[in-house]
Design a binder for this molecule. Structure first.
Ligand SMILES: [Ca+2]
Ligand SMILES: [Ca+2]
Ligand SMILES: [Ca+2]
Length: 636
């Protein structure tokens, strides 16, 4: 059968279009993501290495279009042509603005072989009031972003991740976000907070997690620790612009922002898991990897069993969190740049680093060195969740350890002190466990900068411990805000929130969410006990700010008994004496006050309003005060 002329022409045309589309699909390069998407001129990291994810990127040649930057060296691609590594050098005087990388995979420039990748050159942020670090003069406050305050209900069930918001499900998103934190800055300032640690805001997966079942059902990444994009802001929390707005607004309120970072692992749904940029990007593969055995003690053992050490350092957390291989130079470079990018593009002040001990010290040395070169005042606190100071102190920097490496780490979450505080003030066990723990401070290179805490999002709340009372919680706060270190509060503990285990410790702050029955952000919405506690902590943070020795004074122990503890914080010019009675009855005792530097005849008065004035006589001080109470004594 003969086709009519026109029909044959149409057929020919269709065939041609289909064929060329096939050719295009098979060979035309395509760009899906550029990481980092931007960088600032004048950075100490120059050139910057871009990781471009896409398709058909083999044999790519790359040109930098627009002025003020250039390609350095030859780009590299991976075996499958899905990743391209390109180094770009940015001129110190480069004009801010969007640029293009032209990617050409054909012999000659032709439209079939070209793709474009967008990149932005940023003006450097002005340094004043940014990148500040933290110090013992601060009062830190940990916020679980999803559970604190919902400032934008429009992002609660966004189109790209429909169906993982459910306030009735403790493993789903509840609506808290960056706008909510902005809205509560006046509350935080009033409480006396000067630094906010926010749980991770990385973009986490957009659907229920079918791999990690909680109570037999799929969970979500509401907690933020399962990133699928290290350069993205989770859509339930807001946008990069909103984050930048939050940092700026916090700084105007005198509040620093601490980012929670994860570099040990990715979330289970990160696109790298099935398509790694290099063959050694992860320790193992989804099908074949070690499971983390958590034998962390071998990490500080000079004679470790290597198999145990490897399974602890390189094993996959919970068997499903892909363990990044920081010994791969490309992984190391990616992660270092990623950290600098968040700081440099937002102006934030410090980092709390998750799962610190599962990442090699040699990586940390390089990471810290690059970080401090760009942001010298910046500070990092590492999470080493362990109650033994012999173990935790091993990870602090400032000292070359037996492995030949100084990690450079500033601070650690002080978990060795966490447990004695809980035992003494919640359970009513012996108070002298606390000075016994502080006696191990010599193990640290610097114990003054440790972040002290008795509450956090991975542990049940103080008020859910057996024996906990508001009186005990007050004492825990009085101790935390007067001992050495950087005090860290956990959101909701100031109103005695409860929650005995991991999901319930992350409860919604009452008043932070649409339809809440009461608003505990205001005095009127707090119950009597809660208000009393809130005002007590508020008074402590004010004393912490007002009395310089509480920020930087040397810690001097004066008296230790089973349930009583007295100590001074002492600077060259002043001293503050703190006395705590943890017993369920009134106490009266005398101790040598001369180490605090007070002379006979000096009268000390209590700034917490519990005790009367007391006079130093023959180098001694006698105190008498009620059951389970504390005094903060200063010279009259
Ligand atoms: Ca919201
Ligand atoms: Ca997401
Ligand atoms: Ca690891």
């Amino acid at each position: 059968m003969q086709f009519p002329q026109t029909k044959r022409l149409v057929l020919l045309l269709v065939t041609f279009v289909l064929l060329s589309a096939g050719v295009r699909a098979q060979t035309t390069p395509e760009v899906l993501k550029v990481e980092p998407p931007s960088w600032w001129a004048g950075s100490s990291v120059n050139p910057v290495r871009l990781l471009i994810r896409g398709k058909n990127l083999k044999n790519a040649r790359v040109n930098a279009a627009g002025g003020g930057w250039r390609i350095v060296g030859a780009p590299k691609t991976n075996e499958r042509g899905t990743y391209l590594f390109v180094d770009v050098a940015i001129a110190a005087n480069a004009k801010p603005g969007t640029r293009s990388l032209i990617i050409n995979t054909g012999g000659k420039p032709s439209s079939f072989a070209l793709a474009e990748a967008s990149f932005e050159i940023l003006p450097p942020l002005r340094r004043a009031g940014r990148f500040q670090g933290f110090s013992p003069a601060d009062v830190m406050y940990l916020i679980m972003l999803d559970r604190f305050s919902d400032g934008d209900p429009a992002n609660n069930d966004p189109p790209q991740s429909r169906g993982i918001f459910d306030r009735e499900n403790k493993f789903y998103y509840h609506g808290g976000d960056l706008q909510g934190v902005i809205d509560r800055l006046p509350y935080l300032k009033d409480l006396g907070v000067t630094a906010v640690w926010l749980t991770p805001w990385y973009d986490n997966y957009d659907h229920p997690n079918q791999i990690e079942l909680k109570e037999g059902k799929p969970s979500t990444g509401f907690h933020g620790y399962n990133p699928q994009d290290f350069y993205g802001v989770e859509e339930h929390f807001g946008t990069l612009a909103k984050l930048q707005e939050l940092v700026a607004a916090a700084h105007r309120s005198g509040i620093k922002i601490i980012q929670d970072e994860v570099v040990n692992h990715t979330g289970p749904y990160h696109p790298w898991v099935d398509d790694p940029p290099t063959p050694t990007w992860f320790n193992g593969t989804r099908a074949n990897h070690l499971k983390n055995v958590f034998q962390t003690w071998v990490l500080h053992d000079p004679r470790p069993v290597e198999d145990l050490k490897r399974a602890t350092m390189e094993g996959w957390f919970l068997d499903f969190l892909p363990d990044l291989n920081q010994k791969d130079p490309e992984v190391s470079r990616y992660l270092i740049q990623n950290t600098l990018w968040w700081i440099g593009t937002t102006g934030l002040d410090g980092i709390r680093m998750d799962t610190w001990q599962y990442v090699p010290n040699s990586f940390w040395r390089d990471w810290n060195a690059t970080l401090k070169r760009e942001f010298p005042s910046f500070k990092v606190v590492g999470e080493v969740k362990d109650g033994d100071a012999v173990h935790t102190s091993f990870f602090q920097g400032g000292k070359v350890r037996f492995d030949g490496v100084d990690s450079g780490l500033d601070s650690l979450l002080d978990f060795p002190l966490f447990y004695p505080i809980r035992h003494a003030f919640a359970e009513g066990r012996q108070l002298n466990e606390i000075p016994k723990t502080l006696a191990k401070d010599y193990l640290y290179n610097n114990s003054e900068i440790l972040v002290t805490l008795f509450g956090g999002h991975d542990d049940g709340r103080f008020m859910s411990e057996r024996g906990a009372t508001i009186a005990g919680l007050k004492l825990a706060n009085a101790f935390l805000l007067t001992t050495r270190g950087v005090p860290q509060l956990y959101y909701g503990d100031e109103i005695a929130m409860t929650g005995a285990d991991e999901p319930t410790t992350r409860g919604d702050f009452p008043g932070g969410f649409p339809g809440d029955k009461r608003n505990a952000f205001s005095s009127a919405g707090r119950k009597k006990d809660e208000e009393d506690l809130f005002q007590y902590i508020r008074k402590l943070t004010r004393l912490h700010r007002e009395l310089e020795p509480l920020q930087r004074g040397e810690l001097v122990n004066l008296y230790v008994a089973d349930q009583q503890y007295a100590y001074a914080r002492k600077t060259k010019n002043a001293a503050v004496v703190v006395v705590i009675n943890n017993e369920a009855r009134a106490a009266e005792f005398e101790f040598d006050i001369t180490p605090a530097g007070f002379q006979d005849g000096v009268i000390l008065v209590d700034r917490l309003g519990v005790g009367n004035g007391t006079q130093v006589s023959r180098g001694k001080m006698k105190v008498k005060f009620p059951e389970r109470s504390a005094v903060i004594l200063v010279q009259k």
